[in-house]
Write a protein that binds this ligand. Structure first.
Ligand code: APR
Ligand code: PHB
Length: 394
């Protein structure tokens, strides 16, 4: 089998790259170790920056997003029992974010790929990557008891944090930066109306809480919990009770509870791989970097990696230029580190760090008080949350 680009991973990164390459007339095969249904069971953040929205428009997969997505011009920061709105739309001169679940983005991308008759090989076992330091890389995988080989020009490692591509890069050529946070996020999905029309990020002495949503009838909530907690330790009622304790009186009164349709605990980490290119193999999305979800940057960073990679590969095939692929890693990493910094800062501001003592809580409350009373402070939060312009600092 032969293709121009072998894409490993059928998550948002792999599917979006496949769609953009298809639009550019570039042939790509997507290899995914799970089933499509399994991929769609993953519940992840869904706050899309304008850059991501534009990319989904360009990929031709944004119709349902525009119909069902929720446009948000601000969000509330809750501390010391009071909520304060960050008016992103006003502060950034009209920018918003779109709340639209990642599962829906993935669904739309899968539907588009299928409608175009493009090849996605699900349940591809034991994927391995070879000769990416040459002009003739290869990918091998097992399926239906047979080993298959794909010859290609490029390999796109869109296989997430636990994928095979980053793991296959020569150790001497790769640097990994990591920070693991001393807590997790217990998330619950429920078919209940959201407690508020926008998101609420809560800094409470009991720990962080986040009130988010998927639609007018489906809500997503998170609680900071110790890393030692197990999801089976948390009944639905225990979750709702703890959430109430971390909210302000108005939100507490408005909260509509119901049975969880999904409940899980996720660890938080900051992680960056440098570089993101190894010969003819490129890393994109979670394969190259992870952010704590506080700033809702994961999907948006994956989208900009894919934007840069699809442009670079299109330039290679259409203009016979390697300038884009040579610049790929540096272009991505400049944006990645800015988002990593914001996600780390927002996580440090909003979560409880017992090791910082009571004074640590007081410092956080003082910083929050500064932010909501300073146009400069609020703008700093707003412009990072909506997403810095692609040409920021250029
Ligand atoms: N072979 C084939 N497929 C693999 C392999 C492998 N060895 N390892 C992993 N995969 C698949 C996974 O099953 C998954 O479907 O690669 C896909 C990677 O998808 P994601 O982990 O969702 O990563 P990405 O597409 O970059 O999306 C980033 O997901 O984790 C969130 O916050 C993150 O929103 C961001 C988004
Ligand atoms: C979510 O809706 O899952 C969500 C929203 C914002 C975040 C993280 C998660 O910062």
């Amino acid at each position: 089998m032969r293709t121009q680009v072998a894409i490993i991973g059928a998550g948002p990164s792999g599917l979006l790259l496949g769609q953009l390459l298809h639009k550019a007339g570039i042939d790509a095969i997507v290899l995914e170790r799970q089933t499509g249904d399994y991929v769609l069971t993953r519940i992840r953040a869904g706050v899309l920056e304008q850059v991501c929205i534009d990319l989904l428009d360009e990929a031709g997969v944004s119709e349902r997003m525009h119909k069902e997505g929720l446009v948000h011009g601000g969000f509330d920061m809750l501390f010391k029992g009071e909520r304060h709105r960050i008016d992103m739309n006003h502060l950034t001169g009209g920018k918003n974010v779109m709340v639209y679940g990642q599962t829906e983005v993935t669904h739309d991308l899968m539907d588009a790929r299928k409608a175009a008759g493009l090849t996605t090989i699900y349940e591809a076992g034991n994927v391995t990557v070879h000769d990416f330091d040459s002009a003739s890389p290869k990918v091998r995988y097992e399926k239906d008891g047979q080993t298959h080989e794909i010859e290609c020009d490029f390999i796109a490692g869109c296989d997430g944090f636990h994928g095979v591509c980053r793991a296959s890069a020569p150790r001497s050529a790769i640097r990994e930066y990591e920070k693991i946070y001393p807590f997790g996020w217990l998330g619950i999905l429920s078919d209940t109306p959201p407690v508020h029309h926008e998101l609420i990020y809560a800094n409470s002495p009991r720990g962080f809480a986040l009130c988010s949503q998927r639609s007018q009838t489906r809500s997503r909530y998170y609680l900071q919990v110790p890393l030692t907690d197990k999801v089976e330790d948390w009944s639905d009622e225990a979750f709702w009770q703890e959430l109430r304790l971390r909210l302000d009186p108005e939100a507490r009164a408005r909260l509509v509870t119901g049975p969880s349709i999904e409940k899980s605990i996720a660890p938080l980490r900051s992680f960056v791989t440098e570089p993101m290119r190894f010969g003819r193999m490129f890393l994109a999305g979670d394969a190259a970097h992870i952010v704590p979800p506080t700033g809702a940057k994961g999907l948006n960073l994956a989208a900009t990696d894919v934007k840069y990679l699809s442009s670079a590969l299109t330039e290679f095939y259409q203009e016979k230029s390697e300038a884009g692929i040579d610049a790929y890693s540096e272009r991505c990493l400049r944006r990645i580190w800015r988002a990593e910094r914001f996600s780390w800062w927002f996580t440090s501001l909003m979560h409880r760090f017992p090791e910082n003592g009571e004074i640590g809580q007081k410092f956080q409350e003082a910083e929050l008080d500064y932010i909501i009373n300073s146009e400069a402070g609020a703008l700093s939060v707003a412009e990072n949350y909506v997403g810095l312009p692609l040409d920021f600092g250029e």
